[in-house]
Design a protein around this ligand. Structure first.
Ligand code: WTA
Length: 654
């Protein structure tokens, strides 16, 4: 059969499958773990049992949940444990030191096999290295690294001594790193000489210096030698990672820490330009990720090879590349590079080579692979796969069906997992092999989790569309926003009271009780599963000297889910041209990162505003998506809209 015939057949099959509403669990898949969602009578006892059976405690907890001061909840508060011990020492002590923790695969095809014993040895040395730099319990350590094994070592070394890591996604600009280090008072930063992407190398330490050189609170910068890119080193402040390791004592016992000791901060976008420092703590977070990683992915650590294709710089990487898999003693694949380098089949080559059994990725990636065509996965033997999953955004049924057919070979259950940086771990997901799935629905809450839908007044909605909330605390929930308890309360627990967590998403519940996530109800944009705030992008654009005003909205995008559209007014009487578009996009990339670049820039003489001067983003969204305009009567100057629509029509004629 020719490849175009095969593509035609696949297309016809997907069209046929689009009519199927519900997929029963694949017959050949027998779940390994017993859970009965209906048997969770008392959620507190349920979580206590998970915490006791899945985690090693130095001091067992007696108190399960302290809910006397909502929304500041505490879990397992009188217990003590260490996350790094749970991720490393306990497996090595049980005789599994030779088990592979990571099959690391570099962009140029390099391979590194890292066992649990290797990881323990390097983590101990690095923990001692950090101590020698004066880093101790409660100090914040920034981590700005690409997808290399040292990023895991740095995180675990912090956890070992009670330092709090603050990882910044490697794709962000150095100015974003500065902001995050500054507001968290980071004492040290772990970074790299340079980073690779698709055969090119870019300096990292140099750009970090340019932005952070004068940050007084930052006492030390540790630099991993990765690409050999020249890196200026400041005497007394900067130190090479390998030299720090070589000088360090090999033994560093894991320190018993209170269950509520902070484990990490991870900055995430909210409704304002200032990112939110989401804080997770030790015992509850570890319980949540260990439990979900085992149950949702039906994990057998002895035989599975798990691969989460996210970056460690996002919560998905924290929970399902680092903490969940390591706590469970699993073997993971860690891949440094892009999905299309050296060619578009690299992911599937890795699945074949490492015999990956569980694969976890974002819907955007699936849509991209679907566009590239089935001929890339078809080059490889994917029969090792047993279960596949998605995260980060709603998945459209066609992409789900393609994933199910082409990657999952129609035999792998798909877990569409809904959760957030704030929730720490997966909250809504099918139980593989048990829950019948409907393409596009994350199905039902996991045992122990209590979501609800409410209307504007907070009244429960049984069936239909509403605002998603969570009505009971859960162990891996965020504890606060770093040094900003007020914003924490205001953002998540003011609308419906201190006991109801406001998710920020709208969702629909169907007649079978299945949940369908619709999207954000705040000014957060989801581009390729990455959260960005309209306000943050706007403030980056107006920071350009030529710009007078800007408004940013999201537009539905068939590849990236949503994309960014910026309406921009230039200073003076200037009308923007192609060079301005390129310059503004570049400007945003430098201030935030490439993924925040607007896909479209629309030059506007003026922006639609209410009489009180508020920009009406709703109307801009209508324009961007080519819809009939909603109500314009509250506008100060309705003529603005006619002018803008004229612009769009002209652009379409080009
Ligand atoms: C969205 C990523 C639909 C949602 C783990 C949420 C999803 C935001 C799904 C959190 C899903 C995540 N289906 N939408 N399966 N998973 N989302 O903090 O809008 O980067 O609020 O965490 O992504 O994004 P975050």
């Amino acid at each position: 059969m020719s490849s175009s015939e095969a593509a035609g057949n696949l297309e016809a099959k997907l069209e046929r499958l689009l009519a199927v509403e519900t997929f029963d669990p694949p017959a050949g898949f027998t779940p390994r773990h017993q859970v009965d969602p209906d048997a969770v009578g008392d959620p507190e006892q349920f979580w206590a049992e998970q915490a006791r059976t899945l985690i090693d405690w130095d001091t067992p907890f007696v108190k399960i949940l302290d809910d006397t001061n909502p929304p500041f909840y505490q879990w397992f508060g009188d217990g003590q444990l260490n996350v790094s011990h749970n991720c490393l020492d306990r497996h090595v002590a049980a005789g599994r030191g030779d088990k592979v923790a990571y099959h690391w695969h570099g962009e140029e095809g390099e391979r590194r096999t890292i066992t649990y014993a290797d990881l323990l040895a390097e983590t101990q040395r690095f923990a001692n290295g950090l101590k020698s730099l004066g880093v101790g319990r409660g100090d914040v350590v920034g981590i700005f690294l690409p997808m290399i094994p040292e990023v895991v070592v740095a995180m675990l070394a912090c956890a070992r001594i009670g330092a709090v890591h603050n990882v910044v996604f490697g794709g962000f600009a150095a100015s974003a790193v500065r902001e995050r280090m500054e507001v968290s008072d980071a004492k040290a930063l772990v970074t790299v000489d340079g980073a690779r992407r698709k055969g090119k190398t870019a300096p990292v330490k140099q750009s970090v210096d340019a932005e952070l050189g004068d940050l007084a609170t930052l006492e030390h910068i540790v630099v991993v030698r990765s690409t050999g890119t020249p890196a200026p080193m400041l005497d007394g402040r900067d130190v090479w990672y390998d030299e720090l390791l070589a000088a360090a004592d090999p033994v560093c016992p894991a320190e018993p820490l209170a269950a509520e000791h902070p484990l990490f901060i991870l900055y995430s976008s909210g409704s304002t330009a200032k990112p939110k420092g989401i804080l997770h703590t030790t015992g509850g977070y570890l319980t949540g990720v260990t439990y979900t990683h085992r149950l949702v992915f039906d994990l057998d650590p002895a035989t599975d090879v798990f691969w989460c294709s996210a970056d460690v710089g996002w919560i998905t990487g924290h929970s399902y590349i680092v903490y969940g898999p390591l706590s469970n003693g699993a073997t993971s694949v860690m891949y440094e590079g892009a999905p299309d380098y050296p060619d578009k089949d690299i992911w599937w080559q890795l699945v074949e080579e490492y015999k990956v059994t569980i694969f976890y990725t974002a819907p955007t990636a699936i849509r991209t692979c679907m566009k590239w065509g089935a001929r890339y996965p078809d080059r490889h033997d994917l029969s090792s796969l047993r279960l596949i999953g998605t995260v980060g955004e709603p998945i459209n049924p066609k992409a789900w069906l393609w994933y199910h057919t082409v990657i999952g070979g129609e035999r792998c259950p798909i877990v569409d997992t809904w959760w957030q940086t704030e929730t720490g771990a997966i909250m809504i997901s099918p139980l593989p092999g048990r829950t019948p799935t409907k393409p596009g629905s994350a199905t039902r809450p996991l045992p122990g989790i209590s979501p609800a839908l409410v209307d504007e007044e907070g009244k429960p909605i049984e069936e239909g569309t509403g605002i998603l909330v969570i009505t009971r605390p859960w162990p891996s929930m965020l504890r606060t926003l770093y040094r900003d308890d007020e914003r924490f309360k205001e953002t998540y627990f003011s609308r419906f009271g201190p006991e109801t967590y406001l998710v920020g998403d709208a969702a629909r519940r169907d007649a079978d009780g299945y949940l369908w996530i619709i999207g954000r109800i705040d000014d957060v944009i989801n581009v390729s599963g990455h959260r960005l705030s309209t306000a943050e992008v706007e403030s980056a654009i107006v920071a350009h000297e030529g710009v007078a005003e800007a408004a940013v909205v999201a537009q539905a995008d068939e590849d990236t889910g949503q994309s960014i559209v910026a309406f921009v007014t230039l200073s003076g009487d200037r009308v923007g041209d192609d060079a301005d578009v390129a310059e503004l996009r570049d400007h945003v990339a430098k201030r935030i990162g490439k993924l925040a670049r607007p896909k479209r820039i629309i030059w506007a003489d003026d922006l639609p505003k209410t009489r009180s001067g508020k920009i009406m983003r709703r109307l801009l969204r209508d324009i961007a998506e080519g819809r009939e305009l909603g109500d314009v009567t509250t506008l100060r100057d309705p003529g603005v809209m006619a002018a803008l629509q004229g612009k769009i029509a002209a652009a379409a004629d080009d």
